[in-house]
Design a protein around this ligand. Structure first.
Ligand code: GYE
Length: 315
């Protein structure tokens, strides 16, 4: 059969546009631009869509769930082929996900998971194991403080309230240190994954703890740690020495801070989800069943290896 006829035949049986040679349309609802991780994640997704010949409708929600819900409704109205969602918080997406399902548009969750009893509302979730990241941070600290005596007083900067990585990184860290009576979280507050808030909340912590020693800062991401490092320095203390600094993500600026001796360890969380997402979209449209869970492989980078690793970092 000639190509023209083949296309006509496809159209006749009502197959979607992409099957007739038109590019697949992917609607992606991104959280915002709160961190270096997020910026790298957006860049990865845009580049991978281009490379894969997928038409990307990219919506930045500026950290607001209501904007994500609006974006998803717009994607449904536009009849995109696939929706990808990186949900800012875990709860409250059920209704709009049911609308997508009713419209026959498959949803892939990327980066963060939602909490919904009906797991058929998404076809796959790709991203990191945030609980394990929290455990890795905790294990590093146990190792670092091994053999010492006396209380180790920890302050914690949490990510966005209600977000999967904030809840899970807290949980994993607490789980790892629970049998270590010396290790105590003395303060814990959200700084919304941002550098500016990280600085602000750390200042408040140090003020509130005046006269008492803060031994460790555990930040749920690098940006908050980098902001807090500034607050520590402005308080006349040495980050990385007077206060051990532990964070998560592994962005370039964190490696630079480690090389400068101001950050002690970063637990890697890769934002490079663009290529696996585009592969998943293609597989889905080719009729394949996606794995329910696609986990990202990641490591832990202590300051000792930072100088060697820095040139290899891709984000
Ligand atoms: O760690 C943080 C970002 O969801 C894994 O969101 C992501 C987190 C990441 O703002 O930097």
């Amino acid at each position: 059969m000639q190509r023209r006829h083949a296309l006509a035949a496809l159209a006749a049986v009502g197959l979607p546009a992409w099957a007739a040679g038109k590019p697949i349309v992917l609607g992606f609802s991104q959280i915002g631009a709160e961190s270096a991780w997020r910026t790298a994640n957006s860049a990865s997704i845009k580049q991978a869509a281009k490379d894969a010949g997928i038409t990307l409708k990219f919506a930045d929600a500026q950290q607001k769930q209501e904007n994500q819900i609006k974006a998803l409704r717009a994607f449904i109205a536009q009849k995109v082929d696939v929706i990808a969602l990186s949900p800012v918080v875990e709860t409250g997406f059920g209704t709009v996900l049911r609308e997508a399902k009713a419209a026959g548009i498959p949803v892939i969750l990327t980066d963060r998971l939602v909490k919904e009893a009906d797991e058929s509302l998404w076809v796959s979730f790709m991203g990191s194991d945030f609980v394990e990241e929290g455990r890795r941070a905790g294990r590093w600290l146990i190792d670092k403080t091994k053999g010492g005596t006396g209380e180790v007083r920890i302050v914690e900067l949490q990510g966005t309230v209600g977000a999967a990585p904030a809840l899970d990184r807290k949980k994993g860290f607490e789980e790892a240190i629970k049998d270590q009576p010396r290790l105590k979280i003395v303060r814990s507050q959200t700084a919304d994954f941002s550098r500016a808030k990280g600085k602000e909340v750390m200042e408040a912590f140090l003020k509130a703890e005046a006269g008492r020693k803060v031994d460790v800062l555990y930040a749920h991401n690098d940006d908050m740690a980098l902001g807090a490092i500034q607050a520590i320095e402005e308080a006349g203390l040495k980050p990385g020495k007077d206060i051990l600094v532990i964070s998560i993500d592994g962005v370039r600026a964190a490696f630079e801070a480690m090389v400068a001796g101001k950050l002690n360890v970063t637990v890697e969380c890769s934002p490079l989800l663009g290529p696996p997402l585009m592969q998943a979209v293609k597989d889905l449209k080719a009729g394949k069943t996606l794995p329910r869970r696609i986990v990202t492989e990641e490591g832990v980078f202590p300051a000792e290896v930072a100088a060697r690793e820095l040139p290899k970092r891709r984000y």
